[in-house]
Ligand binder design. Sequence first.
Ligand code: MN
Length: 747
Amino acid sequence: MDINIPVWLQNCLDNSSANGDQTEDSYQDCENQLIVEAFKFAYQLHEGQYRKSGEPYICHPVAVADLLRDLGGSAAMIAAGFLHDVVEDTEVTIEEIENRFGGEVRQLVEGVTKLSKINFKSKTEGQAENFRRMFLAMAKDIRVIVVKLADRLHNMRTLEHLPDAKRRRIALETKEIFAPLANRLGIWHLKWELEDLAFKYLESEAYRQIQQLVADKRTDREKRLKLVTETLQHRLTKAGIHCLDLSGRPKHLHSIYQKMQRQHKEFHEIYDLAALRIIVKTKEECYRALAVVHDAFLPIPGRFKDYIGLPKANRYQSLHTGVIGPWGGPLEIQIRTLEMHHIAEYGIAAHWKYKETGGSHNANLTAADEKFTWLRQLLEWQNDLKDAQEYLDSVKDNLFEDDVYVFTPKGDLVALKAGSTPIDFAYRIHTEVGNHCAGAKVNSRIVPISTPLQNGDIVDIITQKNSQPSVDCLNFARTSLAKNRIRQLYKRAHREENIARGKELLEKALARKGFENLLKSQAMQTVIEKCNYQSVEDLLAGLGHGEITLNFVLNRWRETIKSQQPLTSDSEISENVSAIAPKPRGISPITSQSSNSPIVGIEGLMYHLAGCCNPIPGEEIIGVVTRGKGIKIHRQECQNLEKVECDRLIPVSWNCDNENNVHFHTYPVKIQIETLDRVGVFKDILSRLSDRGINVRHANVKTSTAKPALIDLEIEISSCTQLEQLFSQIKKMSDIINIRRLGYVYS
Ligand code: MN
């Protein structure tokens, strides 16, 4: 083989050929067997394939497997490292992987293959967060992401062989998606290298400058650190603390650059922040070491943080402090145990890498031990709230917890509400796609458009010129976008009818000559805006469709006319209105319009007085919106009101301010007088009425032997007071038994 085989792999290969098929029944051998088989299979499949660098392709999977081994990955993970590209790049199927290597390897390879299909092209920063979330949501097994990160790291290390445009794209993805993912998994180790490599290709000039500056200052820096480490080493030993490691912490180029950018500082200002890490054996020693540090150098107030007593939720533990170094500049110091250090460097991978059992794989390894449930982890990481931005992100995560992430056939990511169906997807792609949706394929299979989508589904919408989603889709569309669009579509189909119907309703209610002009009036424009419509057609269509009630529109109309009153003496409204000023005899319909109106509260609307109860000024009244007959004014005690729905009632009152007006109008009132049947009694009653100037419209006298006579009268009354005075006068007449007003009960 003309490739570099890592020593550990060579050992596995040697062992397996030495043992032949006669493996002892030990776990270790099984693991080696799996690794060897996976390597051989990948080697064979990638035979004849080459990377852009000219190397045989197999170098890449070997490097990925090597990285995974370094991260402490299990045999299955290492095997997945070898095999991660075979499904994508060769003829082999995922089923075959399962047959040969088992379900665990299959799951890892399948997960990585799925993630590889995602197209990140031209995504904004906001989208990047979606991708990171989606990655976590999709990878049911968190190890899939670790394999993917190892894959990406090796690709970044060999990026120089790719054309420039492709390099930039991959570097950008790495910066926006993969480095933050590594950070979230706590794998600092991968994070910084991914960041530095992305930095190198995205801002090569700045990268080179900083690289140069770091190299120039190396001697300076090493001198200073030597001075400090010697002092501390001496003091720690004197205090009886066994120090496992005491070294300068390398600052990564990208983090130096980031700090310079963020804090607008020069290189030397950042670089002077030297950093040192002390690794000791026990937790107790950490605190004692801290005391030694603070005794040796002056601590900077406010810079001490105890992440041992109060660990971060991702289990990061360490003591942080800042002191003034012997050269007079600040020095950062971290103190932790070896175990804490492993967690800080390897995050979740530390769990595999540094097992309490001492590294060798345990035969009782349970699935729960090996596989991280991504949700539990995710929740833990979310609690690691370094700053406000992280807090916001975590809130967002919780909000989006129920999202489902699916793909277009081109590999673009679409995030939808959980439970969404292809119809939601179709409308998310484009309104026209939704409006012509005829069916859907999910993962290349035709499915009913009511099928709930799953994470990672590839959704393809079948459109046809003449089809449109049925109203039934409203039952399973989950997103409001789709629901609204379907409603709109349905509404639009019946728009003409709706407009006609709305127009009819409004015209009847307003009952005006020149209704068409009125629709074009400024007042109507205001009403349209108040009702949140764009045009008069929209308003009429909404009214016809029942989206908005007639009463609602009439109320807006009333408000508008009212507010225009003082200004409109010359306006078209007032002209319009004066042309149909109330008729003296109060014969309906009348349109109420101005301060001269006898009824307050229905300005601008057509109204008439209800024939059932014949209200007169001074009595409590109420308006009822009718279909097509404007507002009917009833007495509040009218029993017919019981049948009226509340939302059709409009509060109204008599215009008492205008006495002249009140007396100018008369209102029909029906009364019934019960009297002894005496000659001339009818004439006496009539003369009382005419004395008061009360007109009689209609009279009916009923007599029968030995019974009181009943006189039904319809008279014209101008106010409640007038009616009361009339009643008391008639009651005084000697023959009168009873007098009452009709119209309470029947219409
Ligand atoms: Mn790869």
